[in-house]
Design a protein around this ligand. Structure first.
Ligand code: AP5
Length: 185
């Protein structure tokens, strides 16, 4: 089974939820650029102060900043034999940079398919429960627009490496679909 996996999908598709479970099952590190950037904001680091307003608006952080943090993370020992990338790459520029960083960077690309109205409802529910700063309706719509414009072209870019999985249903059912698709790949 592939051990270099990219997880793509719109905001709220369940990337973070599924990535943690898949990474645990396959014993590879779960590398989430969103989590790393939120940690930088919470720490109040220089990186955090550069990205905070961009994230709050639902826009993308610059490719150069994100590629630098992924480069540093992939250089760590635990990523040598595999990884699960969640939320990276998000642009064609990032995808090309990843190919420059790692030989055979991509094993399989899992795309979680969830309709826009479903993800909006999920994220508005999370807003009530957790209060993430980019989970208000205006910013959610912006994140969806950015996904369509900048990230969805990666599905064609990765072509035959892509497995599209229905991301609607119970978390365990979605996980089973992903694991079955990965096992067949
Ligand atoms: P990031 O953290 O990557 O956010 P996102 O893509 O908007 O994704 P979310 O975390 O909202 O959703 P998810 O698909 O991970 O779903 P989750 O499992 O959390 O990025 C945030 C920001 O950081 C970006 O907008 C950008 O500014 C910046 N950034 C990050 N990476 C970048 C990059 N590479 N380049 C540039 N900028 C970057 O689930 C969502 C909710 O749904 C949860 O409440 C969950 O419990 C629930 N849920 C999950 N699965 C199900 C299910 N099956 N049924 C019902 N509810 C479910």
């Amino acid at each position: 089974m592939a051990r270099r996996i990219l997880l793509l999908g719109p905001p709220g598709a369940g990337k973070g939820t599924q990535a943690a479970l898949i990474a645990n099952a396959l014993h590879v590190p779960h590398i989430s650029t969103g989590d790393m950037l939120r940690a930088a904001v919470a720490e109040g680091s220089d990186l955090g102060s550069q990205v905070e307003s961009v994230m709050a608006a639902g826009d993308l952080v610059s490719d150069s900043l994100v590629v630098a943090i992924v480069d540093e993370r992939l250089a760590k020992e635990d990523a040598r034999c595999g990884y699960l990338l969640d939320g990276f790459p998000r642009t064609l520029g990032q995808a090309e940079a990843l190919n420059d960083l790692v030989i055979d960077a991509i094993g399989t690309v899992v795309v979680l398919d969830v309709a826009s109205e479903v993800v909006v409802q999920r994220l508005l529910k999370r807003a009530e429960e957790e209060g993430r700063s980019d989970d208000n309706e205006e910013t959610i719509r912006r994140r969806l627009e950015v996904y369509e414009a900048d990230t969805s072209p990666l599905v064609n870019f990765y072509g035959a490496a892509v497995l599209t999985v229905d991301g609607v249903g119970a978390v365990d059912d979605v996980l089973s679909r992903i694991m079955i698709a990965l096992a067949k790949s």
